[in-house]
Write a protein that binds this ligand. Structure first.
Ligand code: ADP
Length: 356
């Protein structure tokens, strides 16, 4: 008999642990429907249509890059009312939930009990409820912790919780506060819209740099002008070229221009960098030694260039990596980070042909 699973939850927003369970359920039952519950009594960050949109995009990213050859059948829907009724409506044979351990178990037992009674009244005890155990690596991940980390400015760590497109959605909400520290003006909406449709050079990349800047600052670093530096970080990728990006900075000065130009890496390392220009240069390239996030970075750069044929992408990306491997040099990070970056870039070169 054909089987089909429904995986209900709030998914506010969907995270890596959720996707892991949905993938396991799709493998086990042939199809998994991620069912986003509309529950008016719960306080949520994203409304139901947005949670569905975010989940769909995360599933697409997961299928394209994480499970490229697995052909997983995962659909996303939203539902109101009882899970058992949604399961019946969608013709599901199994209701799947996930558990990270004792803290989830009590809640899941309670839900199991209620669902079992509700199924009985509907003469549908043939629908089975199953509890999937979280994979070890995701067993400490929750949507609420991802949101708390973002609220605390820990944008980089939040990347380990959610997939890149979801992270960018979180940044639309949480990065705004840091932006106001840099500008104290009401420009955010107009600013943020420039990054729509970009998979790497987007708000997540800016957040990554701001998070590293804040850490460096707390460690006691001295800057020429940290306000200008923040402004240059926010604007350095807003347009197609660095030259044009700099001119978008409200009240642009030569100091801003020098900093934005320090993020131009295509002609090799910019020469004679000093002070804050060196800092922004290093922050922009810090992802290259970040072994925890490099794989997603690699996927996102490909995603941003999906309109290139695979052959053209491999050729162009190889040239970029060769230039960076040749010239990469950090001023503010420990010297072993350069070696790390070179080894990660060489590893990327070796797997370029496996990308979509
Ligand atoms: P709910 O508000 O219904 O608990 P969630 O979106 O928080 O919805 O979670 C949906 C389901 O996924 C729940 O069964 C939850 O226990 C499970 N879950 C949450 N986080 C993880 C994780 N890291 N690994 C596996 N399952 C998880």
């Amino acid at each position: 008999m054909a089987t089909k699973a429904i995986y209900p939850g709030s998914f506010d927003p969907i995270h890596r642990g959720h996707l892991d369970i949905a993938a396991a359920a799709a493998k086990e039952y042939g199809k998994c429907i991620i069912a986003v519950g509309v529950n008016d009594t719960k306080t949520v960050l994203f409304d139901a249509p947005k949670r569905v949109e975010i989940a769909k995009e995360a599933v697409r990213f997961y299928q394209t890059y994480y499970a490229k050859d697995e052909h997983l059948d995962i659909e996303v829907i939203s539902y109101q009312g009882y899970t058992v009724d949604a399961a019946i409506e969608y013709g599901c044979t199994h209701i799947v939930r996930g558990t990270r351990g004792a803290a989830d178990d009590d809640n899941e037992k309670r839900l199991y009990y209620v669902n079992q009674k509700l199924l009985k009244i509907r003469f549908r005890e043939d629908i089975e409820q199953v509890l999937f155990k979280a994979s070890e690596q995701y067993s400490f991940i929750s949507s609420s912790d991802a949101k708390k980390l973002c609220a605390g400015g820990q944008y980089i760590l939040a990347m380990s919780y959610v997939l890149p497109p979801t992270h960018n959605e979180l940044m639309k909400i949480y990065l705004e506060r840091d932006f106001h520290q840099a500008f104290r003006e009401n420009w955010w909406q107009g600013f943020a819209k420039h990054f729509e449709g970009r998979a790497y050079h987007n708000l997540s990349h800016i957040a990554y740099m701001i998070n590293r800047l804040n850490i460096y600052h707390r460690q006691g670093a001295i800057f020429e002008n940290i306000l200008f530096l923040r402004q240059a970080i926010f604007y350095h990728d807003i347009k197609e070229t660095e030259e044009a990006s700099a001119e978008e900075i409200p009240g642009v000065s030569q100091r801003h221009r020098d900093m934005v130009m320090a993020t131009k890496h295509l002609d090799g390392k910019p020469q004679n960098l000093s002070g804050d220009a060196q800092v922004i240069h290093d922050l922009d390239l810090a992802i290259l030694f970040d072994e925890d996030n490099y794989t997603d970075y690699m996927f996102c750069v490909r995603e941003e260039n999906l309109k290139c044929s695979k052959a053209a992408y491999i050729e162009g990306r190889t040239a970029v990596l060769d230039r960076l491997i040749e010239s990469i040099d950090y001023g503010i990070f420990p010297s072993e980070k350069r070696e790390k970056a070179i080894s990660l870039m060489k590893a990327e070169k070796a797997v370029l042909k496996l990308l979509p």
